[in-house]
Design a protein around this ligand. Structure first.
Ligand SMILES: Cc1cc2nc3c(=O)[nH]c(=O)nc-3n(C[C@H](O)[C@H](O)[C@H](O)COP(=O)(O)OP(=O)(O)OC[C@H]3O[C@@H](n4cnc5c(N)ncnc54)[C@H](O)[C@@H]3O)c2cc1C
Length: 498
């Protein structure tokens, strides 16, 4: 087995991993990632933008209040404040590494998005914001002497040192050969877990690997049941489902039901700008009844904002649709995980030697529901905080124990029940949940685990994660934010965070 030793191992090269790696200087960083992040990261896919309270008349307090309202009495208020306070500095950092945010007549142009009480979402290159941020960070990281990149490494397990601390990771290269990486500190920045669902806006890279590995090692996790579903994925057989940014509704697009009536009219005081979970449930309920739902963005694409959505236009056209002429079919899809590996204010997990940042981590900021465009912000801010904390901390001299070759087989994973896992999760853990379906799903997942080849290591870990998620959804006998139980439709105030 190939063996590498490094000082800091960062797994994942999206916004969070890149920011952590860049900020960890002068420590020596090995940045490992499975695939080219341009093709396999949620950062590359982010369209709406990055939220920061930088517009005239806006304030940290205002974005904080909106964030807590979306989080549905479940956010860690201090974590939310910490991240939003750092938003201005994060935007200046991104500008400094070359991100050119779109300009209006008097400085940065601020966009309105659902759940925000004022325009505060910055775009770069229109709706290609994530891609613009990723390219700038990748270019900057390539020029950092302290970072060595290791592309093509799929990490499958964490390593423990002789003292029990996390001491690196085991992975597989592109040929499926095992590689052991010993590290004094390990940072997981592996993104979300939409790939556990059959309908998702996330790519296959988002299979929850980092969270599953940490869970397997006994790390403290939080909010596993809180999965945000995006209300307007374009309805196509494509996997992942292409997303039509919510900023379209901010600019005036509306949702229509199968009869051409306004879907959200009367359903919520904010109508089409209602919180994402409310809109996603309304869309999903119609889709479960076999009815189509349409997004009418004709006015947007014929109006003054038309040039701001090149990606949405391209996506629709690639599927033979013209959003300037006709409404386009949409559905709800798994989009973002509010839960994850529990971290403290510096990005430390409950396991010594293990750090986490970005979507794989749970700072508590998002509570039960993420406010649109707060996640790129959190990935950048918390990636930087984790990196800076690593730079300040003196690494413990930890000698990783040489592990035995892992009993794992990449081919077994490919055929080892991943499709069934996604199908079961789609049935029991979607936007509308019920005890009967959750219990049925739990039974099926447990039975699938029994049948799984022992060497299908990644699928086994994902199954364990899926089981933990369903259990968390069963235990939460209330409806809160993105977690909706039709058998317990009310929020239980006793479960509010104080
Ligand atoms: C379609 C879409 C649109 C979005 N739009 C917005 C938006 O407008 N605004 C906003 O704030 N947020 C948006 N989000 C959410 C936001 O993009 C993500 O939350 C954020 O980019 C996550 O960054 P990250 O660095 O944590 O993870 P990612 O960017 O997903 O990066 C994860 C990295 O980990 C690697 N990886 C994963 N597993 C392994 C493994 N086992 N071994 C090795 N490497 C691995 C991946 O290859 C990748 O390099 C959107 C998400 C999607 C899917």
């Amino acid at each position: 087995m190939d063996s590498i030793d490094t000082d800091v191992l960062v797994v994942g090269a999206g916004a969070a991993g890149l920011c952590a790696a860049i900020s960890a200087a002068p420590r020596r960083v090995l940045l490992a990632f499975a695939d080219d992040p341009r093709a396999a990261s949620s950062t590359a896919l982010a369209q709406g933008g990055i939220a920061a309270p930088l517009g005239a008349g806006d304030s940290v307090r205002s974005q904080w209040v909106d964030t807590l309202a979306a989080g549905c009495h479940s956010s860690d208020r201090r974590a939310a404040l910490r991240v939003i306070r750092a938003a201005g500095e994060a935007v200046r950092f991104l500008s400094g590494v070359g991100v050119r945010f779109d300009q209006g007549a008097s400085g940065w142009r601020m966009h309105l998005e659902a759940g925000h009480s004022r325009p505060r979402v910055l775009h770069a290159e229109g709706d290609r914001t994530g891609r613009a941020i990723l390219e700038a960070l990748l270019a900057h990281a390539a020029g950092c002497g302290h970072i060595e990149q290791l592309p093509g490494l799929r990490v499958a397990s964490l390593l423990r040192g002789e003292d029990g601390d996390i001491a690196g990771a085991l992975g597989f290269d592109r040929q499926g050969a095992p590689v052991r990486i010993g590290a004094r500190d390990t940072v997981l920045a592996t993104g979300g877990l939409g790939g556990l669902f059959p309908f998702t806006t996330n790519g296959r890279h988002a299979g929850g690997d980092g969270l599953a590995m940490a869970l397997g090692c006994g790390a403290r996790v939080a909010g596993l049941e809180f999965i945000q579903f995006h209300p307007t994925a374009l309805e196509t057989p494509e996997d992942p489902a292409p997303l039509l940014t919510e900023a379209l509704r901010g600019a005036g697009a509306i949702l229509l039901d199968a009869h051409g009536d306004r879907l959200m009219h009367g359903a919520h005081p904010l109508s089409d700008l209602a919180p994402r979970d409310v809109v996603a449930r309304a869309v999903w309920a119609r889709r479960l009844r076999g009815e189509a739902v349409w997004l009418d963005a004709t006015a947007v694409f014929r109006g003054e904002h038309a040039g701001e959505f090149p990606l949405a236009l391209h996506t629709c056209r690639a599927h033979g649709l013209d959003p300037a002429r006709e409404p386009v079919p949409v559905t709800a899809a798994a989009h973002y995980h509010m839960g994850g590996i529990a971290v403290d204010a510096l990005g430390r997990t409950s396991l010594p030697g293990l750090w986490a940042c970005g979507e794989v981590a749970c700072t508590g900021m998002h509570g039960a529901n993420r406010l649109a465009s707060n996640s790129l912000l959190e990935a950048v801010v918390c990636g930087r905080i984790a990196g800076e904390s690593l730079a300040r901390s003196s690494p413990a001299p930890c000698r990783p124990r040489a592990p035995a070759a892992p009993a794992a087989d990449v081919a077994a994973d490919r055929h080892g029940g991943a499709a069934q896992l996604r199908e079961i999760m789609g049935r029991c853990m979607g936007p509308l949940r019920h005890e009967g379906e959750l219990l049925g799903g739990l039974r099926e997942l447990t039975a699938l685990r029994e049948r799984l080849a022992p060497e299908a290591l990644t699928t086994r870990r994902r199954l364990e994660l899926a089981i933990a998620m369903v259990r968390a959804a069963l235990v939460r006998r209330e409806s809160r934010g993105a977690h909706w139980r039709s058998d317990f439709p009310q929020r239980d105030p006793a479960a509010d965070t104080r």
